[in-house]
Design a protein around this ligand. Structure first.
Ligand SMILES: [Zn+2]
Length: 75
């Protein structure tokens, strides 16, 4: 990990590869917002249901899960 400046707001944050801080990337990340909105208040969702409901590809959802951005409890 190394410290980098966010390309949008200039905030220092720790990252390996991102150019935006978590707050800015979250704002830009529409697929992520869709997923988060869908997951809000739902406790048992699987990737297939999430992908169908949001139109976000399963591979992108898996990436978010790997990155620790999304947590789902369904299987
Ligand atoms: Zn930022």
């Amino acid at each position: 990990m190394s410290l980098v400046n966010c390309k949008k707001c200039g905030k220092l944050f720790e990252s390996e590869k991102d150019i935006l801080c978590s707050k800015c990337s979250e704002e830009l990340d529409n697929p992520y917002k869709k997923i988060r909105d869908y997951l809000y208040g739902r406790s048992n969702v699987n990737i297939i249901e999430l992908s169908d409901a949001t139109g976000v590809s399963k591979s992108l959802i898996l990436k978010y899960i790997r990155d620790g951005k999304v947590f789902i409890s369904g299987k």
